[in-house]
Design a protein around this ligand. Structure first.
Ligand code: PRP
Length: 213
């Protein structure tokens, strides 16, 4: 039988995803010791895993080359796409926030404000909803630098523990939305491999509840 192919987000979500896999009895050693190998068979070849950057997880699922994926809601909101969101896995919890330098009054004055972010679509949607016209600058990493360098008036970014903001003298002025890891599926796979996917999802969901207890 063809393995179920899963695309997992590497980095931040990786450890908790593996914890979930191990909880349902899947030996993740081949994944931990993968070296430079890119497609890793697990669970006696019943599953094949790819570790990918988060936007690529969506690309693989949308194009039907992977059946299931684990990706953050941040990437889902930013990239969009056509796939089925099965469930909230409960880990990778953080928030999209609007943040600025302590003591600066972001909403003061009529000048058009500049926002730095790794998530321009999320930021645009947020400010459209506020009916506020802003200029958005896309930054690839360490967005917190932008207000410190006076490149931007504020940032829209992910806040998890809040320590990056704190250590750089920034504060949250608005919470935009909650983020956590989501299990997503290719829509055709859901129909064609219904039983296998449902079984795996059932096990993952059960493990999730046990881990969260
Ligand atoms: C994210 C985010 C913040 C930080 C927030 O960046 O963009 O910089 O984590 O976490 P905290 O609230 O726990 O401090 P990431 O570590 O993914 O790296 P990057 O800035 O290089 O993109």
């Amino acid at each position: 039988m063809k393995p179920i192919r899963m695309a997992l987000t590497k980095g931040r979500l990786e450890k908790d995803t593996l914890k979930l896999f191990e909880k349902i009895g899947i030996d993740c050693e081949p994944l931990k010791n993968k070296g430079r190998k890119l497609i890793i068979p697990l669970d006696n070849n019943k599953i094949e895993v790819i570790l990918a950057k988060s936007p690529d997880v969506i690309t693989y699922i949308e194009n039907g080359v992977c059946d299931l994926g684990v990706v953050g809601r941040d990437t889902i909101l930013e990239k969009g796409g056509s796939f089925y969101e099965i469930s909230d896995l409960g880990f990778g919890r953080c928030k999209f926030c609007l943040a600025t330098k302590k003591d600066s009054d972001f909403f003061k004055g009529h000048r058009k404000k500049t926002i730095a972010t790794k998530y321009p679509n999320v930021a645009r949607n947020y400010f459209d909803k506020q009916d506020m016209d802003v200029r958005i600058i896309k930054i690839e990493g360490s967005v917190e630098l932008a207000p410190l360098l006076d490149l931007a008036d504020a940032i829209v970014d992910i806040v998890e523990t809040g320590s990056t903001l704190k250590e750089n003298g920034l504060v949250v002025i608005k919470e935009v939305t909650d983020v956590s890891a989501r299990l997503i599926a290719n829509t055709a796979s859901l129909k064609l491999r219904k039983q296998e996917i449902e079984d795996l999802v059932y096990r993952l969901e059960k493990a999730k509840e046990e881990l969260n207890d």
